[in-house]
Design a protein around this ligand. Structure first.
Ligand SMILES: [Fe+2]
Length: 459
């Protein structure tokens, strides 16, 4: 629209034309219609673990491992490389050097005297040694990152009580997995590790974040994102907790866990009730630490349950957001991320590339294994004899973790990988341990373009 057309239009409306009015009326900023701003986002809970606690027995561990194996085997056996699949107890019927495929769980891994890698692989029928020759560089490098208890496929030649591996197959995400985009522009915001109750909680910065989310802070574009935000994800460690580690009381500002949740609820209730707040627990929250963690208990976190726009679910969990008549929505997998630190320390290629500072690699690693804690040692867990809640069954569109206190965004085969920042200040102890947290960042995801922006509220 030309300058004179703008003036004409204002005059027609009976508005006195001044430079300020012109700027206000024809700002390039895209204003939202009231109805667009106020329409709450659609949300469906896809997976939430809320079974009541019960006594577990040794057999439950066996059942869980059998379920885990069957789930992962089902994915791997669909791969074209698995066409010569045999069960391990049938290997002795094969001719020497015949090419076979097997699927098994790694129960042992070691280096031979000659520097090759040896795996002890078990399936439901039996077990066998698998040799990964050091001269087969690509497979040998891959084998360095294999962890105890993960389920893999192996293609290779048959030997006497041994398979010589040519290829190693992970359950993984198919290359064909598509990047889904919502037809309308709306946003989801991701944060975690608020640790309310800690002496180093960044209250001033958190209030700045809320002020932005409420449309009172930030650049024009950032305010527009805030307005169009329909979902806020809090991925665990909402409060610092009480008795999480020895002498924790020395580091607490609020020594009562209910009061910690109450203070968080007081902050969250300033957010428009049209924005849905999705909450899962972390290892500092009330309730059991062993995974899966059920939703926060009402008696401890009543103040959060009482807010009209909170959706309180388990860790891990899956929710579907942004669906409409013509769009099936995006599935968001939430996992607080307790197991990440184990893999930062134990997966060689990730360790040498920065360990915890490479959350992108850690999250990709878990997706490739289609499991949130492939090694028995990497988390504390409750063995469910009927299902494996940490198995990544359906491929998510967005996978979000926290716990590491660093903000990270990446993509792997159509899946957006987000690791959320924290709202506690950097401590001397963390600096000494070389952890380099990145506090007070909010991650925003445009559901229409799948573009991610990280907004920094630190400093
Ligand atoms: Fe944590």
């Amino acid at each position: 629209m030309s300058y004179s057309e703008k003036v004409d239009l204002l005059l027609k409306k009976g508005i006195l034309v001044t430079p300020d009015i012109l700027k206000k009326e024809f700002s390039t900023r895209k204003e939202l219609s009231k109805s667009e701003e106020e329409t709450p986002g659609k949300i469906k809970i896809v997976y939430n673990y809320d079974k009541p606690s019960k006594k577990r027995v040794v057999d439950d561990f066996v059942s869980l491992f059998n379920i885990r194996f069957k789930n992962l085997e089902k994915i791997i056996r669909q791969r074209s490389e698995m066409q010569n699949l045999v069960s391990i107890n049938k290997l002795n019927l094969k001719n020497e050097k015949e090419i076979v495929s097997i699927i098994g769980i790694i129960t042992k891994k070691w280096q031979t005297k000659n520097g090759h890698t040896m795996l002890f692989l078990e399936d439901i029928s039996g077990s066998v040694n698998v040799l990964v020759n050091k001269n087969n560089k690509a497979v040998y490098e891959l084998a360095k990152d294999l962890v105890q208890d993960e389920v893999i496929g192996v293609c290779g030649g048959v030997g006497k009580n041994i398979v010589f591996s040519n290829e190693i197959i992970f359950p993984d995400i198919p290359l064909s997995n598509e990047l889904k985009k919502a037809p309308e522009e709306s946003y989801a915001v991701f944060i975690s590790d608020i640790h309310i109750g800690s002496k180093v909680f960044l209250k001033k910065n958190f209030k700045k974040f809320l002020s932005w989310l409420n449309g009172n802070l930030g650049s024009e574009n950032q305010r527009l994102i805030a307005k169009k935000t329909k979902y806020l994800f809090l991925v665990g460690d909402l409060v610092e907790g009480v008795g999480v580690y020895p002498n924790q009381e020395e580091n607490l500002d609020i020594p009562d866990i209910k009061e910690q949740y109450k203070q968080l609820a007081n902050l969250l209730k300033t957010i428009s009730s049209n924005k849905k707040i999705i909450i899962c627990p972390g290892n500092h929250d009330s309730g059991r630490i062993a995974e899966p963690q059920p939703p926060l208990y009402n008696d401890f976190a009543k103040s959060l349950w009482d807010l009209s726009n909170t959706i309180i679910i388990s860790n891990p969990s899956v929710v579907n957001i942004g669906s409409s008549e013509n769009f099936s929505g995006l599935d968001v997998l939430l996992y607080h991320g307790y197991s990440l630190i184990y893999y930062a320390n134990n997966v060689e290629s990730i360790r040498v590339q920065g360990g915890q500072k490479r959350v992108d690699l850690l999250m990709k690693f878990l997706l490739q294994k289609r499991h949130l804690a492939p090694s028995h040692e990497s988390n504390m867990y409750v063995p469910d004899a009927e299902e494996d809640p940490l198995f990544i069954d359906k491929i998510p569109d967005v996978f979000v973790t926290g716990h590491i206190h660093r903000a990270s965004a990446s993509q792997y085969r159509g899946v957006t990988l987000l690791n959320t920042s924290c709202w506690v200040d950097i401590t001397e102890d963390q600096e000494k341990r070389g952890l380099e947290p990145q506090p007070a960042r909010a991650i925003t995801l445009n559901l229409q373009t799948r573009k991610v922006k990280i907004i920094n509220f630190y400093g």
